[in-house]
Structures are given as structure tokens and as C-alpha cells.
Design a binder for this molecule. Sequence first.
Ligand SMILES: [Mn+2]
Length: 265
Amino acid sequence: MKTIHTLGPGGHYRSVWISDVHLGFPGCRAEFLLDFLRSTRCDYLYLVGDIIDLWHMKKRLFWPQSHNNVLRTLLGKAKHGTRVVFVPGNHDEMFRDYDGMVLGNVLVKNEVIHVTADGRRFLVLHGDQFDAVVKYSPSLALIGTKVYDGLLRVNHVVNYVRRRLGFTYWSLAGFMKHKVKTAVQYMSNFQAALSYEAARRKVDGLICGHIHRAEITSINGVLYCNSGDWVESCTALVELHDGSLELVHWSDAQHSLKPVQAVAA
Ligand SMILES: [Mn+2]
């Protein structure tokens, strides 16, 4: 993954996407994220879901200073000129009820279109919306679009009912740990489902999180981008000023970035 040389002047990107931070969960690597947020600036910052792990906080309250600092830094950026959009995920889905509202200078949108500097349109959403489709179709690549459309409709209904009745969310992490083969199949199904959705919505690409696996790959003519996570990999998706998209792996970049931080300060 590319790191230091991708930064614009003064550590300035046009856009940054981060997802699956899981504040309130002990596994969150808040110090790495804080370092990333303090070392870089951007015009657009997208928080692509599972930023606050409300599911975990319901079980046990865990909120150290570093997690608070991340939240304050994000709100500080929103206050000082960065356009911050929060696209809720399944772990912070309570915010989905605030679709279209502005909370503390942060716009909440369940999904949003981002237009890159070179004019490409990307659909930004968390990705859990496709869990049922991905889970119940053994090989998505082989099924027809009609079947897919049907599954997608069922998925919407299932999600809605589950949410209204307050059921606990089906655990992706638990499912992924179940079997390596299942996880691999899941990931390829997830990518296939999301790139199909991008084609259906006539956008050039799709940006999501959810499966904790950073990636930029072209599937059937659409660009699938996943911003990864800050529990294990510490990754972000960034847009440079010419509109190109890259992945940044911050735990690797951290030491080499000291000189840039000095310039940026
Ligand atoms: Mn998720």
C-alpha cells in the first residue's frame, strides 16, 4: 500500500474515508487514528459507518480518553472547514434515524454520492445493507440479476423488521471467524453484490466499509473501494487533488511521516 508520497502539500488530501473505527470497543486503535487525523487535512471527510460501537457499549461501557479525543478531533475538523459526512453502519445504526440532519456540523446521510475531482461519481454507504444477500447466496456470481433483485428486496424487509423489533444484529465478525473458506466466499460475494449495486445505480464506483478489509479493485467496470478499519489494519481511503484514489496504511506510515507532520504543523 502507498503511504507518504501520496500526501498533497502539507499533508492535504481532497477527501478521506474512514470506517469501522469502533469507538467504545477495546479493540479500537484510537492512538493510530488520532495520529492520522492530526497529521492530515482534507476538504471532505467521510465517516463510513461503525464509527461508534453502540452495540458493544450497550453490553459494557468502555470510553477511555483516547476514544473521546478521536470524537473531539472529528468534531473539531467539522467546525473548522472540513466537510464531514457521517454514513452510519450497523454498529451505530441508531443514527440512521437522523438521515439528512446536521449534528454538530456533521451531516448524517445513510448513503451519499461523492464526485471526485475528475468528475467520477461514487456511491458511499457502509455495506451491511447487503448482509442477507451475501449470506444466503452461496455463489452470487452465478445467479441472475432477477434473483439478486429479489434477494435485495427481502434484505430490506428483513433489516427493517429486525431493527423495529430491536433484535440484536447478526454478527459479521463471528460469522467470518467461523471458517476461512466461508469468510473468503463471503468477501467475494460482498464485493460482487456491491459492484452490482453500483452498476444498477449507474455510478462509476462504490465506497464502503463493513468487512474490515481495505481494497481498491475494478469489478465488471465499476470501482469497488473499501476503506478498511481501525481495529486491526488502520487504513483509510484517500482522494488526491487530481481525483485519484489510494489506500493509506497508517500503522506502516507512522514513523516515516514525522518530517511531513513538521511541514504540516
Ligand atoms: Mn459494519
